[in-house]
Design a protein around this ligand. Structure first.
Ligand code: PMP
Length: 397
């Protein structure tokens, strides 16, 4: 027998945790592993703007015929204006072309398949630490991953000098994965000046940036969070963006994202895009329509767009409130260590500094599930579960 020789794959560090969580019989258990937004009642809601867009679609959709390889055109246009704003040179000069793709993960995979075949380098630099699936996606597509310094444990902040030194050591033409905002897992982002420096460094060494942009609107706001990408796109001639609407539209299971290629001129963009379409053809042929139609219906309708922006703001503000409450509740639970850095981190996650043993005690003794790196999904915290979480953390510190 052939399949009898196949070994069991190791559990995924994040989704495997959800499986263990589901099997846990304890009532007070809480899942702060996977990055899913929960409202104050602990539910992951469908946004009102999404429901209204779906009603509209149900009434007006006339066909389920195939989309083209690049997906819904109106959606792709809307993606570009969210990424680059209303008036960016890469859009005005037709240097950016976008294809709808299945979520951030699918977009990253298509990007990796394109990069491994059509660039000089087989190496992509990723931050240390980074979202665990980055290594998985890139290695599966045939890219080697190398790490650049990013996080300084002593300061709970950015190690910008290490980041620059490591990228200075990259080979000309190497690829660099950059988190557009709300860095996963640390929640620490570059400021405007640092983005500028990284862009100049990429330009001088001919490094090709691949932006992973999965949390637009979860940091400071939709426009503010795109600042780094827009700076880099103004300085570096060639780059790729893989973006996702799983989180900011709450469309997790619709698998909706996009890959955008930016080239030096419009003709080169057309060539690069044709190869991206070939990759899509060989992977899943063409994308599913529903998620893209929801997003484009919302973004093309002023009142639905406004409603979405307000709902996104509510999510962002609730997470900020939970960060502050988390810091305060830890203090009230008798923790003397300073955790105030948690309130300055961006996005869904907090990089707590808890070690592997403490993480495993949280799970085994208290039913509090967080990722082994010490990453906590603040978006899963509520006023109700906060006291138990903090009591458990106080006990394992
Ligand atoms: N990139 C990062 C940094 C993420 O955190 C995630 C989701 N956890 C993704 C990409 C993938 O998003 P999606 O679920 O849309 O595939």
């Amino acid at each position: 027998m052939i399949f009898s020789q196949v070994e069991l794959a190791p559990a995924d560090p994040i989704l495997g945790l959800t499986d263990a969580f589901k099997a846990d019989p304890r009532d007070e258990k809480v899942n702060l592993g996977v990055g899913i937004y929960k409202d104050e009642s602990g539910k992951t809601p469908i946004l009102k703007a999404v429901k209204l867009a779906e009603e509209k679609l149900l009434a007006t959709e006339m066909s389920k015929s195939y989309l083209g390889m690049e997906g819904v055109q109106a959606y792709n246009r809307a993606v570009q204006s969210l990424l680059f704003g209303a008036d960016h040179t890469v859009v005005n000069n037709a240097r950016a072309l976008t294809a709808q793709a299945p979520g951030g993960t699918g977009s990253l995979r298509v990007a990796a398949e394109f990069l491994v075949r059509h660039t000089k380098s087989d190496t992509i630099w990723v931050s240390n630490p980074t979202w665990a699936n980055h290594h998985n996606i890139f290695n599966s597509a045939g890219l080697k991953t190398k790490s650049y310094g990013y996080y300084k444990a002593e300061t709970h902040g950015l190690d910008f000098d290490a980041m620059k030194a490591d990228l200075e050591g990259a080979k000309e033409g190497d690829l660099v994965l950059l988190h557009g905002c709300c860095h996963n897992p640390t929640g620490i982002d570059l400021n405007e000046v640092q983005w500028q420096e990284i862009a100049e460094l990429c330009l001088s060494k001919s490094l090709v940036p691949l932006f992973d942009f999965a949390y637009q609107g979860f940091g400071a706001g939709v426009e503010e969070d795109a600042e780094g990408l827009r700076i880099v796109a103004s300085i570096v001639p060639e780059l790729i963006v893989a973006n996702s609407f799983s989180k900011n539209f709450g469309l997790y299971n619709e698998r909706i994202g996009a890959i955008t290629v930016v080239a030096g001129n419009d003709a080169e963009a057309v060539n690069a895009f044709s190869q991206i379409k070939s990759t899509i053809r060989a992977s899943y042929s063409n994308p599913p329509a529903h998620g893209a139609l929801i997003v484009s219906t919302i973004l093309e309708d002023e009142s639905l767009k406004l409603m979405w922006q307000q709902e996104l703001q509510e999510m962002r503000e609730r997470i900020a409130e939970m960060r502050a409450l988390f810091v305060q509740s830890l203090k009230e639970s008798g923790v003397s260590q300073d955790f105030s850095f948690i309130s300055t981190q961006n996005g869904m996650f907090s990089f707590s500094g808890l070690n592997k043993e403490q993480v495993s005690r949280l799970k085994n003794e208290f039913g509090v599930y967080i990722v082994g790196s010490g990453r906590i999904s603040v978006a899963g915290m509520t006023k109700t579960n906060m006291p138990n979480i903090c009591k458990a953390i106080a006990a394992v510190l």
